[in-house]
Design a protein around this ligand. Structure first.
Ligand code: S3P
Length: 432
């Protein structure tokens, strides 16, 4: 288990303006799509984190030149649609599911065989979900760990398919759409419910023909891709920790500037508003083709809600925070149809329930979800939290500590570097 413990004592209130790190999903996509453009791509505000570093290292291993300029500015010299080279050793996706599941989409159209591997946690996450559709597309791909990494992908001809996604997974959708760039006709992907659409937005900006009607996306084979500069907005999933912290800690008032608010990501805003949160959205200039808002959050009393499975694709990474908000609400909060949580960087249903129960929250797991009986604003006792090497559980523990009576010590806090290396400084900056 990486790292030592970090203590998060109770906080009286949070006040101030907090600039947030860049969006992780959009940064990954800018690097991956940039790698197959045929003109240099400038990316501004690229996220500096372990996961996105893994994607940059991966494309560099495949022959893409990456110039790292100051303050998150990068210039990528892409290889063109079919110019990626296979490295002599395995591409190391480290802890990053997005790297491991999106890259095979573009590798499907390259010459040669590529090997992808990751850390122990990534090796436990299912890869058959991308292997199955890519095989249908005629790609020679194998999950060598019997459904799990390492993955071997040998590129070549790609068949267009019409694919019903079995789960609302943006990673799987993206792998199929990226492979669809190399197809012999239009590829269609149908989502069971909405999940993030950053890949579609960026591919369209790069000149690919992408048509979207509700939950159905159609992509046509591309001749070449070119991206103008990509500006990455702040990450809604990172903002989410402070949206919930400022809501549940009485007397708080926090401004989160220039946050990406793509509606396929903002299920948490809908849930929090239904619970009674006080969040004001002010329009800000778009970035990377995505809508952006400044978010103003003030503390509020909450009531419990039911969160059904249909919305979970729009709030999947924020569901741990819904549990914590539920602990402060009046009444029950029930999250169901969220079995996907068990397949993240850790089994997040277990991680949420065991950790929150351990600090005094009344919470119970059931298959595919959990129920929280809220304490109507009473702060939980506090105690110990285990990150399980999962960045989102580590940050959940930190916010829980700030909102508790006795503080929370988070074991293995260092893994926050996966998405938000300066999280602790951000939280402390709001404590004045
Ligand atoms: C992501 C998609 C989601 C999300 C992950 C990032 C992406 O995963 O949980 O953190 O960037 O496409 P799934 O596709 O497994 O739902």
């Amino acid at each position: 288990m990486p790292g030592g413990s970090a203590l998060f004592p109770p906080v009286e209130r949070l006040r101030g303006t907090l600039p947030l790190p860049a969006d992780k999903s959009i940064s990954h996509r800018a690097a991956i799509i940039g790698s197959i453009c045929d003109a240099p791509v400038e990316i501004r505000n690229f996220l500096g984190s372990d996961d996105t570093a893994a994607t940059l290292a991966a494309i560099e291993a495949c022959g893409v030149k990456v110039e790292r300029l100051e303050q998150g500015r990068l210039v990528l010299l892409g290889a063109g649609l079919r110019g990626l080279k296979f490295p002599k050793t395995a591409i190391d996706a480290r802890n990053s599911g997005t790297t491991m599941r999106l890259l095979p989409g573009v590798l499907a159209g390259q010459d040669g065989c590529f090997l992808l591997d990751g850390d122990a946690s990534l090796r436990r996450r299912p890869m058959d979900r991308i292997v199955a559709p890519l095989k249908l597309m005629g790609v020679d791909i194998e999950a060598l760990g019997r459904g799990f990494a390492p993955l071997r992908v040998c590129g070549g001809r790609v068949r267009a398919i019409d694919y019903n996604l079995p789960v609302a997974s943006a990673q799987v959708k993206s792998a199929v759409l990226l492979a669809g760039l190399y197809g012999d006709g239009p590829t269609i992907v149908r989502e069971p419910s909405a999940c993030r659409d950053h890949t579609e937005i960026m591919l369209a900006a790069a000149g690919a023909r992408v048509e979207k009607q509700g939950l159905v996306t159609r992509i046509y084979p591309a001749e070449r891709l070119r991206l103008k500069a990509v500006d990455v907005p702040a990450d809604f999933s990172s903002a989410a920790f402070f949206i919930v912290a400022a809501t549940i800690i009485p007397g708080s008032e926090v401004v989160l500037p220039a946050v990406g608010v793509n509606p396929t990501r903002t299920g948490l805003l809908d849930i929090m508003e239904e619970m009674g949160a006080d969040i004001t959205r002010k329009p800000a200039p778009r970035a990377g083709g995505e809508p952006v808002n400044d978010l103003h959050v003030s503390a509020a009393r909450l009531k419990g809600v039911k969160v059904p499975g249909e919305i979970s694709g729009r709030v999947i990474d924020e569901l741990p925070l819904v549990a914590l908000a539920g602990a402060f609400a009046k009444g029950e909060t029930i999250v169901s149809g969220a079995g996907e949580l068990q397949l993240k960087e850790s089994d997040r249903i277990r991680g949420i329930v065991d950790n929150l129960a351990g600090i005094g929250v009344d919470i119970e797991a059931f298959p595919g979800g959990f129920i929280v009986r809220g304490a109507a604003g009473r702060r939980p006792r506090g105690g110990k939290f285990k990150s399980l090497g999962d960045h989102r559980l580590a940050m959940l523990g930190a916010v829980a500590g700030a909102a508790s009576r006795g503080g929370v010590s988070v074991q293995g806090f260092d893994c926050v570097s996966v998405s938000y290396p300066h999280f602790r400084e951000g939280l402390m900056g709001l404590m004045n």
